[in-house]
Design a protein around this ligand. Structure first.
Ligand code: 26Q
Length: 778
């Protein structure tokens, strides 16, 4: 194989008219990708007989595809050899492609699932949208976030195959478009590995050009149609927390749902003909949140209008095929579409929603549920369609993404539904792929682990347990410390290049990277940093282990408060970084354009993983698992998957603080922001820093608005709705404890390694096998 691959790379370069010596990064990228595609083609064509699962998702946050594909093909070593032979740097592809067709956790989870399914031999294909522009690129200018378009195709797209012949037509009330599939191979690692497909749909005009308009020399009109079609897959909505009833977003959802269903039905008919009774035996469809839920009435419509099934024939098939994953309980994020809007975009779907609504009402009546008691179930409430309700009713499975999250769904958010159909509910705690999040991003730690226990962990992460006895070996702990130091140096060099900032690699690295949202409480972190700063200045804190506080986050462009928090962190950073007294004690850095590739550099270098959401708000979190796997301790609340992480690795090896979900949601609570500040002068002081002239928000009023949100609330929420003030003291205590423990580097490294050794359950291989067995019946 080896010779073949190098030769193939040379051939591809020659085809591009360059030599290894004259090729630039783009040519190298194209050549290595095309060479790999050539080699994997035969495997991609093999399709095992039997049921297939389909992952419908508006987002796939793939990150850099080329490195993961070479790793999974077992060609990464040869590629590196080839580069060495030609005296080229192993990082030549560093600035090439980072596919950001997703916002954050939900989109990255989809990407981890694809990798795990292909590796474990689970027949799972992804279906989504080929956005022309992914999540915006972020720059920080003057401390403020600025957004720029993400032109991810500028290096070409050697990993996709356009399948013109499998195009389908999608109808809207006011336009028709052609959906053209672009297929990417999803390559499994190792012996059980298979090659699955990620099918992303691109919107194009049904006809190349409006010929009548063209012939009349009305070129403007001739082009308008094309632009209107292409708009459908033009951009990813950068919102990951609030649902805005945007017409184009609804069009996107219907566009990829209908296209995917038409393509799946075509395949079914080829195999089985017009007898649809076997559909649930052949196909399982997982809905990644409610974003593709319009698929439910659309499948009913296709079966009833095009294949003439009755509703009572079609409904059980639909219910047998679909399953739904919930990723949030936050009310703002729950999708509800105005009936009027829906009627003006996809009127053909509406009658099928009414059929579902009426069938549900009959079932409720049969169980004696009527009047007010029936209302929490209504799919149609008079003006809106409740997508989550439709998803629960018309599927056979609803799952949450961490144990506490599923419990909250059952006991609170969806308790009426759980009472009726308890057997439909289950938990599938999220996971992450160890191929990207250890093997690729941390070859140094991977080598340590493989030297101790072999490389079986690459496809069976539970084998990390074998590290437990090894950890008592001082030499192993020492080697781990060296690895951490090396990863810090690598990050320092990268940050110097990217940010022009000189990180102190001898400091403790404390890292918070995730979307910017109030509930994730980056502002609490900033407050604690400021409090530490003052504590050091005043001599209240002594024996402090020098710390670099690192942030990475994008704010939704319309999320004013989130942008204010970015500015505030920038101001805290400026104060501290410019204070000569802090030179050997503290650094604060907000990195620009945090994305998957940046995460791959930040996570392996971290000592402390900040997971500080208000208890009951973060459904699962997945970066918490990535940090754990790379040997950082968790500084976190009892929220999401943090709970399961400390259960595995031990509370004594992590730093847990803050109110529990029961305490947060206690109806008898009497604390107020005013009382909390009254009792805690240090808390008062950091909060006041928003308005007392300590910092400058550039005259925007952003800091005053943040202050008011904490102390006064607003018409739509109570003051300090995410309880920063309540948790401030215990947060400061916990992080100081972690800081003190870091004095004993050996002991601290041991804690980190205990976390690594117990990270097995957080492999997405485990998660995907649970979906396959318990939901998809594979
Ligand atoms: C909805 C309607 C209109 C426009 C945008 C959206 C939208 C888009 C993305 C709503 C939500 C999202 C993304 C949500 C998300 O990433 N949730 C995270 O999912 C992870 C995987 O399960 C969890 O680990 C995180 O806890 C959860 O926040």
């Amino acid at each position: 194989m080896d010779k073949t691959f190098s030769k193939e790379i040379d051939r591809e370069l020659a085809r591009l008219g360059v030599s290894p010596e004259t090729a630039g990064p783009k040519e190298l990228y194209t050549a290595v990708s095309q060479a790999a595609m050539e080699l994997l083609m035969p495997r991609w064509k093999e399709k095992a007989a039997g049921k297939r699962a389909c992952y419908f998702s508006a987002e796939f946050l793939l990150g850099r595809v080329v490195s993961a594909n070479l790793l999974n093909l077992g060609l990464l070593e040869e590629w590196n050899d080839w580069l060495r032979q030609h005296h080229l740097h192993p990082d030549v592809l560093e600035e090439i492609e980072d596919d950001a067709l997703g916002n954050g956790g939900l989109g990255r989870l989809a990407a981890c699932f694809l990798d795990s399914a292909a590796t474990q031999g689970v027949p799972l294909d992804g279906y989504g949208i080929r956005y022309r522009y992914g999540l915006f690129r972020q720059k920080i200018e003057n401390g403020f976030q600025r957004e720029y378009p993400d032109d991810w195709l500028r290096f070409g797209d050697p990993w996709s195959v356009r399948r013109e012949e499998e195009s389908v037509v999608i109808s809207f009330r006011d336009q028709q478009v052609r959906a053209v599939p672009y297929d990417m191979p999803v390559i499994g690692y190792g012996e059980k590995g298979v090659v699955n497909t990620l099918r992303l749909w691109q919107a194009e005009p049904v006809e190349e050009l409006d010929l009548t308009a063209f012939n009349n020399q009305d070129y403007d009109a001739a082009y308008r149609n094309r632009n209107r079609a292409e708009a459908l897959s033009a951009v990813l909505y950068p919102n990951d927390d609030t649902q805005e009833g945007k017409r184009l977003r609804l069009k996107q959802q219907y566009f990829f749902s209908s296209a995917s269903l038409q393509s799946i039905l075509r395949g079914y008919i080829t195999r089985r003909g017009e007898d649809f009774t076997h559909l649930p035996e052949d196909v399982a469809i997982q809905l990644n949140d409610t974003h593709p839920t319009v698929s439910i009435p659309e499948l009913l419509r296709l079966l009833m209008e095009e294949h003439l099934l009755s509703f009572e024939e079609a409904f059980p098939l639909v219910q047998g095929v679909f399953a739904y994953t919930n990723h949030t309980i936050m009310a703002e994020a729950l999708e509800k579409w105005d009936v009027e809007l829906l009627l003006s975009v996809i009127p053909q779907v509406y009658p099928y929603i009414v059929l579902l609504h009426n069938r549900l009402r009959r079932e409720l009546r049969d169980r004696g549920i009527t009047g007010k008691e029936a209302e929490p179930y209504f799919i149609l409430d008079g003006t809106r369609v409740h997508m989550a309700r439709m998803a629960i009713y018309a599927t056979h499975s609803t799952n949450g993404v961490a144990r506490i999250h599923t419990d909250i769904l059952k006991e609170r958010a969806l308790k009426e539904w759980y009472a009726l159909w308890p057997e439909r509910f289950s938990n599938k705690t999220n996971g992450i792929t160890q191929r990207r999040w250890l093997a690729l991003c941390n070859p140094e730690l991977s080598a340590l682990i493989t030297d101790e226990i072999g490389d079986g962990w690459l496809t069976d992460l539970d084998q990390l347990e074998q590290l437990v006895p090894v950890l008592e070996d001082g030499a192993v702990v020492a080697r781990f410390q060296q690895v951490k130091e090396e990863k810090k140096r690598q990050l320092r060099d990268y940050v110097a290049k990217r940010e022009g900032f000189e990180l102190r690699e001898d400091f403790l690295f404390d890292v918070q990277i995730k979307r910017l949202h109030e509930y994730k409480r980056q502002l609490l972190n900033a407050f604690a940093i400021l409090d530490t700063y003052w504590g050091l200045k005043e001599g209240r804190i002594t024996g402090f282990q020098p710390t670099a506080y690192l942030f990475g986050a994008k704010a939704a462009p319309g999320y004013y408060r989130a942008k204010g928090i970015i500015k505030y962190i920038g101001e805290v950073a400026r104060l501290i970084n410019s204070d000569p007294e802090m030179k050997d004690l503290m650094q604060v850095l907000f990195v620009q354009n945090y994305d998957v590739s940046y995460a791959e550099k930040l996570i392996p270098s971290a000592d402390v993983s900040e997971q500080i959401s208000t208890a009951g708000t973060e459904a699962s979190g997945t970066s918490n698992m990535k940090f754990m796997l790379n040997g950082a301790v968790t500084l976190g609340t009892l929220d999401g998957a943090n709970i399961e992480i400390v259960e595995q690795a031990g509370a004594e090896n992590n730093y847990i603080f803050g109110a529990t979900v029961e305490q947060i949601q206690d109806p008898g609570r009497t604390d107020t922001p005013e009382h909390l500040c009254e009792a805690q002068p240090r808390l008062r002081r950091v909060v006041e820093s928003l308005v007392d002239g300590t910092f400058d928000d550039g005259g925007t009023g952003m800091f005053r608005e943040l202050y008011d949100s904490l102390m006064k609330g607003a018409s739509w929420h109570k003051p300090d709705q995410y309880d920063l003030l309540l948790d401030f003291q215990s947060y400061c205590d916990a992080r100081l404890r972690a800081n003190r423990d870091y004095q004993d580097r050996g002991e601290f490294a041991h804690k980190c390694l205990v976390n690594v050794a117990h990270a097995g359950p957080f492999s997405s291989d485990r998660t995907i096998l649970q979906y396959a067995k318990e939901i998809w019946g594979l």
